[in-house]
Design a protein around this ligand. Structure first.
Ligand code: ZN
Length: 156
């Protein structure tokens, strides 16, 4: 199934972290069943129909997992691919788990202390979701593991 949802994501304090509502934003279309969403949210959306609304409260374990302090590391500046990184900046870094966004927390000579945790790791997440549409995914979408824009293939 290819599912289109509108959503607002808040933290425990009720602060909006992300939303599909508002200027320049659009609903999210995802392929159900391939792990495109965090596990708890995908599970809550199973079997939903267009027009359904739901509130989904997830513990960090059901969302982006707990913070892992071993993911705070000192790495050579050159691995950041940026000659003058700044503290508080996020840079793409190749790791044994693929490319991740590294948050620079300190700089020391030729090294940067970085946090490789997902920005939402360790956080409970609260979603308000409205299901906009549900359609059967095409064979091509299932083969690719992602949805395609209406009327054509979106990538080369
Ligand atoms: Zn594709």
């Amino acid at each position: 199934m290819a599912v289109t949802i509108g959503y607002t994501l808040k933290d425990d304090a009720g602060k909006v972290i992300d939303t599909s509502e508002g200027e320049g934003r659009q609903p999210l279309t995802y392929l159900h069943g391939v792990g495109a969403l965090v596990p708890g949210l995908e599970k809550a959306l199973a079997g939903k129909q267009a027009g359904d609304t739901l509130t989904v409260d997830l513990s960090s374990a059901e969302a982006y997992g707990d913070r892992d302090e071993t993911l705070i590391r000192n790495i050579p500046l050159r691995k950041l691919g940026e000659k003058k990184p700044t503290v508080g900046g996020r840079y793409r870094v190749q790791t044994d788990k693929g490319v991740v966004a590294a948050l620079v927390i300190a700089l020391d000579g030729d090294y940067a202390k970085v946090d490789l945790n997902h920005p939402l790791a360790g956080m409970n997440l609260h979603f308000q979701v409205n299901v906009v549409s549900v359609r059967a995914a095409t064979d091509e979408e299932i083969a690719h593991g992602h949805v395609h824009a209406p009327g054509g293939h979106h990538h080369g």
